[in-house]
Design a binder for this molecule. Sequence first.
Ligand SMILES: Cc1cc2nc3c(=O)[nH]c(=O)nc-3n(C[C@H](O)[C@H](O)[C@@H](O)COP(=O)(O)OP(=O)(O)OC[C@H]3O[C@@H](n4cnc5c(N)ncnc54)[C@H](O)[C@@H]3O)c2cc1C
Length: 259
Amino acid sequence: MNIVVLVKYVPDAQGDRSFEADNTTDREGVDGLLSELDEYAVEEALTLVESGDGEVTVLTMGPDDAAAAVKKGLQMGAHKGVHVCDDALAGSDAVATSLVLAEAIRKLGQVDLVLTGLASTDGSMSVVPAMLAERLGLPQVTFASELSVDGSTLTARRDDESASLTVEASLPAVVSVTDQINEPRYPSFKGIMAAKKKPVETWSLADLGVDVAQVGLDASWSPVTAVEARPPRSQGEVVTDEGEGGKALAEFLASRKFV
Ligand SMILES: Cc1cc2nc3c(=O)[nH]c(=O)nc-3n(C[C@H](O)[C@H](O)[C@@H](O)COP(=O)(O)OP(=O)(O)OC[C@H]3O[C@@H](n4cnc5c(N)ncnc54)[C@H](O)[C@@H]3O)c2cc1C
């Protein structure tokens, strides 16, 4: 089974994130890394291939530095990587991103399963998997928290607060997975060394036959028009118990309509 895992390179949420004058993310000012939620998709792909046969390809679209996301996937155990990198891509929204990723998947040829994270930890739109499925004409299963494949049938569990659904889809399919699905492995020393020899291809928009007029900030259907930092959280109210603590607490909760 050939599995493609989409891995996004995002600014590290631990650092101070900032934006450029055109409201795009300042990617120079903060270190980046593989979006943590995508590690679950890489892990699931590796597990599926290890229990059968096939190959895992990690695919990213992003600036030069995004090669680090591919590298991490290879260190975890993926077999090969593809990095779509082109200056014209800067500022692309989810619609443009899904177009480029769909063309890259088509170029890869025989793909049985496309796995993605639940959402990227920067834009966190959670729409790229659905857009991809539409563009590729494939079944989509989102928010999978358990996955198995038998022949050409995929079975997934989707959990919400009141029920768990088990759904089936025929392969090839596009599936996004949650952080409940597995425990991603850490790259071993052997994995880190082996990753250095694994093949990585870098594709431009011309390689994919995508017109530059369809991507980038100017072509984006949903540009960010304003960004402002949230005010820091104010300190909570401290209720000191001097005999009337319970009453004060109840009054506080009632004033906020919690009880
Ligand atoms: C304030 C703000 C500013 C932004 N500025 C920029 C910017 O300057 N430049 C920019 O590119 N984007 C920027 N974005 C994010 C932009 O909207 C997303 O990159 C969009 O392209 C895809 O949305 P997403 O990553 O949130 O997708 P989601 O739908 O949340 O992603 C779901 C999954 O799809 C896959 N995926 C998504 N994108 C990629 C990718 N590029 N490569 C590989 N896999 C992927 C991953 O597996 C991910 O887990 C910004 C977002 C916000 C809110």
